[in-house]
Ligand binder design. Structure first.
Ligand SMILES: C[S@@+](CC[C@H](N)C(=O)[O-])C[C@H]1O[C@@H](n2cnc3c(N)ncnc32)[C@H](O)[C@@H]1O
Length: 276
């Protein structure tokens, strides 16, 4: 199904995700998260901070403050925001001195234009938005960034293993790797067990397209909708919104040389986009 037909289910996507970001168990999960998510995140931020040393940083979707711990010490000025009041409360408990605000990135009216050198939306948080929401966030990020400022974000790979059919997720990458197969089966059974009847949403709202797809993530028992995109779709979206891609990294931190033929084994990519 073509991605533009997602508009029909957009309110549902927002409702489902907003409920998830306010759920006690999910807030507890993010309140305990710490450290870099993966090598790609570490590399992407190291590169961005080399480009914009001592810059003012806007950290979007901070959850329980995992990235506050990592970025605040490196920034000349740090502002963290999240749409969920419960996430912000959890982050404030951990970092009472930090500048943390409950704000929807689709409308950052409270933040001044051209105030930041670097904006970061971690953990594929941008993918929790419908197309209109993504556009609004890119516009707002562009507004609050200084000229040549960098927007760093991760986004699920529509050609990667997580975007495959659920049957595909059971498959080990190498046939001889039985431990991978056993791990995948165990994880999938646990996810199904935790789904609590939400599986119905899969059938009614999941959509699969060549450039983008909409999927319920197995994590947290299918309670978060995410948009998966190809690098081509993201590049086009960024260009339309006044950004150019400076660099793309895989989740393992490898540089993607050719955005038209990115590695299929990456579950998500890190995009470093410069405001033009
Ligand atoms: C996947 S969680 C990641 C949390 C944290 N960044 C981490 O990596 O541990 C995504 C976060 O983005 C927040 N979020 C989602 N949509 C948002 C929006 N429109 N504006 C601000 N925050 C948002 C959610 O409340 C949630 O805390």
């Amino acid at each position: 199904m073509a991605v533009d037909s997602l508009k029909d289910v957009a309110p549902t996507m927002d409702e489902v995700n907003i409920a998830a970001w306010g759920a006690d168990d999910i807030v507890r999960h993010y309140a305990m998260a710490s450290g870099w998510l993966d090598e790609g995140e570490r590399e992407a931020l190291a590169y961005a901070l080399r480009r914009q040393p001592d810059g003012a940083v806007l950290d979007i979707g901070i959850g329980g403050g995992r990235t506050t711990e990592l970025l605040e010490p490196m920034a000349s000025e740090y502002v963290g925001i999240d749409i969920s009041p419960k996430m912000i409360a959890a982050a404030r408990l951990r970092f009472p001195e930090a500048s943390l605000h409950c704000l929807d990135a689709r409308d950052m009216n409270g933040l001044e234009s051209r105030a930041f050198d670097l904006a970061f939306f971690s953990c594929a948080g941008l993918d929790a938005m419908d197309l209109a929401g993504r556009r609004a966030i890119l516009g707002e990020v562009r507004r609050v960034l200084r000229p040549q400022g960098l927007f760093v974000f991760s986004s699920f790979n529509n050609e990667g293993p997580w975007a495959q059919s659920r049957i595909g997720l059971f498959m080990p990458r190498r046939w001889c790797d039985l431990r991978t197969l056993a791990g995948n089966v165990r994880r999938s059974l646990r996810d199904l067990f935790n789904a609590n009847g939400r599986i119905g949403l899969l059938a009614t709202h999941e959509q699969r397209g060549v450039e983008r797809s909409l999927r319920l993530l197995p994590a947290f028992g299918f309670r978060v909708f995410a948009m998966f995109s190809t690098c081509r779709a993201i590049a086009a979206e960024l260009n339309r919104q006044g950004f150019i891609i400076d660099r793309i990294l895989t989740d393992r931190g490898e540089i993607v040389g050719d955005a038209t033929r990115p590695p299929r084994e990456a579950s998500w990519f890190y995009y470093l986009a410069r405001k033009i």
